[in-house]
Structure formats: C-alpha cells, structure tokens
Design a protein around this ligand. Structure first.
Ligand code: ADP
Length: 293
C-alpha cells in the first residue's frame, strides 16, 4: 500500500501559505519529512491524519480517498502528535488497555496479550503500573507509540517526536521506530537532520510549505560529492566571504566559524574538500546560511 499526496495546498485564515502544491508518494518503510520550524510539517501531518482539510489537492492511501473517507483512513492510522495529553493519574497499562479497547480490541484476553506485548516492545513493561503523570518526556513518547500501534496501523505518523528528548531517550525512541515492521508506512516529521539520516530510506525536505527535495538520503548526499568545501574563517571576514561564495552553513567549532561552501570547482583560498553530509544537503536546499552551534 502506498500513500499518494497530490497537489496539496493550504492557506490559513491569517494568510499564511502553509502548504504549496505538495506532491509526494510514500511507500512502506521509514520516510523522513525534514524541514525547519514553520515549514508546514505539522499541517501536512494533520491533513494526512484527517484532522484538518486542505484547500485543494488529493490524498490516497491504497484505494482509500483520504479526504472523502476519513473514517476509513482512521482504521488504518496511528498518529503521534507533537503534543498529547494523558490522564496523569492512570497507569501506563490502564491507559494502553483503554486505547486498545477504543481501537476495537474488545476481547479481554486478546487485549491483555496485546497490551503486554506493546509494553514490552516500547520498553515500558517495568513501569507499567506507574502513573503516567510521573513519566519523563521519552517515556511519554514511547507510550504514545504504544497507543498508536495498538490499532495495528498500516500508516503511522510521528510528528517531531525527538524534540526535547535527551540523547539516551532519543536513541531509544529511534530504535523503537526502526523496529516497526517494514510493511508499515512510517512518516517521521522532524527538524533534526540526524533523525532522518539514521533511520529513513526515503526522505523529503519541505520549506515554506513546498517540497524542495525528495530522494534516498544516501543518493542525495552522493549528488554533492566533491562539491562541498570547508574552511575556518575569522568572524570579521564572514560577511565578505558570504558575498563571494555559495555558503551552505556556518558552524561554530570551539568558537571559530567553520564555513561550508558549495562549489563545482576548487574555490581555492584555503578551502579543503570534505565528504558532504545530509546536513549539507539540507542547508544547501534551504538556501539558508545557517549558523549552528
Ligand atoms: P512545522 O510543523 O513545520 O513547524 P506548521 O505546519 O506548524 O509547521 O506551520 C506552518 C505555518 O503555518 C507556520 O507559519 C505557522 O505559523 C502557520 N500555522 C500553523 N497552524 C496555523 C493555524 N492554525 N492558523 C494560522 N497559521 C498557522
């Protein structure tokens, strides 16, 4: 089953054009939707998840017309939004049991087995009796995935799940996503380049509501081979350098700006060639002269 998005556009009442003619085809496996804050990721995720409607365009999940048959889509959908509330005084096990019942697992023994399996899968079994109000951010996210998986979705949408997680929790969460079956379409929306590089076989970059690149992360990195150059630059020279070169990014390394530039030929002037990374692809496509710490 494939998810096919065609010509999706959305302008909010305040005039913000959040989606501009977005066209994407997403096959089973992990798909990374990468873009900066405000790019339109959540708008796209919410539209696919049938929580809001676009102004124009079409979405199909296999043979289902997503915009015309939202109830049908929801049977196949698992959605982990950026923010979600849980009853803080209930245990993880109770919460999960409740959601599994809502998803139609009404036979009690079957539901108990499912809940136990999901608690194991998300590494929450040992804390299953604890109140979720005391859970850390990472534990809440993992419970969110357990809830989303309770309905055995064929389409799983995960919106900015690693923002705010510490490195250990982030790793644990990404591993969990990576273990989800290959026949499920998993869309991971994120502004963190590493999330996509580590996990996704296919990706799209979205900026100001428009898709600016789609492809396989390894292949899009390969396209930059031999065309990314690096040099440490005194701060005072940064402005002059920006007007002279196609600057991809400026990163502070121990307080000194390290500049990456794009050039088909050797730019000279002390620049050395480097192996391009997905971050170079990302910043090059965004056209932003980003400074990252
Ligand atoms: P992302 O998830 O990539 O950060 P969003 O889809 O949340 O992007 O937002 C895209 C743009 O639409 C932003 O400029 C945001 O401020 C705007 N926006 C999002 N939701 C609304 C809304 N309900 N009303 C008006 N503007 C919105």
């Amino acid at each position: 089953m494939e998810l096919v998005i065609e010509g999706l556009s959305k302008t909010y009442d305040n005039g913000v054009r959040a989606l501009r003619d977005v066209t994407l085809t997403v096959a089973p496996g992990m798909f990374g939707l990468l873009g900066p804050n405000g790019a339109g990721k959540s708008t796209l995720m919410r539209t696919i998840a049938t929580l809001q409607r676009p102004d124009s365009g079409a979405i199909r999940l296999g043979s289902i017309d997503v915009l015309a048959q939202p109830a049908e889509v929801r049977k196949h959908l698992g959605y982990l939004p950026q923010e979600f509330g849980l009853y803080p005084n209930q245990s993880a096990e109770t919460v999960l049991d409740h959601f599994a019942e809502l998803k139609g697992v009404t036979v009690r023994g079957e539901r108990r087995d499912l809940v136990q399996a999901l608690l194991q899968q998300t590494n929450l079994y040992d804390v299953r009796s604890k109140k979720v109000g005391g859970f850390s951010g990472g534990m809440k996210q993992r419970l969110g995935i357990a809830i989303a998986l309770a309905g055995s979705p064929t389409l799983l949408i995960v919106d900015e799940p690693t923002a705010g997680l510490d490195p250990t929790e982030r790793r644990r969460f990404l591993n969990l996503l990576g273990e989800i079956g290959q026949d499920v379409i998993v869309i991971l929306s994120t502004h963190i380049v590493d999330d996509v590089r580590e996990l996704c076989h296919r990706m799209a970059i979205i900026n100001e509501g428009a898709v600016v690149l789609t492809g396989d992360p390894a292949a899009v990195i390969e396209e930059l081979r031999g065309r990314v150059w690096r040099r440490a630059v005194p701060r005072a020279d940064l402005a002059a350098l920006s007007s002279q070169y196609d600057v991809i990014s400026t990163r502070l390394v121990a307080g000194t700006p390290m500049v990456h530039v794009f050039s088909d030929t050797d730019p000279g002037n002390g620049f050395t060639p480097i192996d391009a990374g997905l971050e170079d692809v990302y910043f090059h496509r965004l056209g932003a002269q980003a400074v990252t710490a």
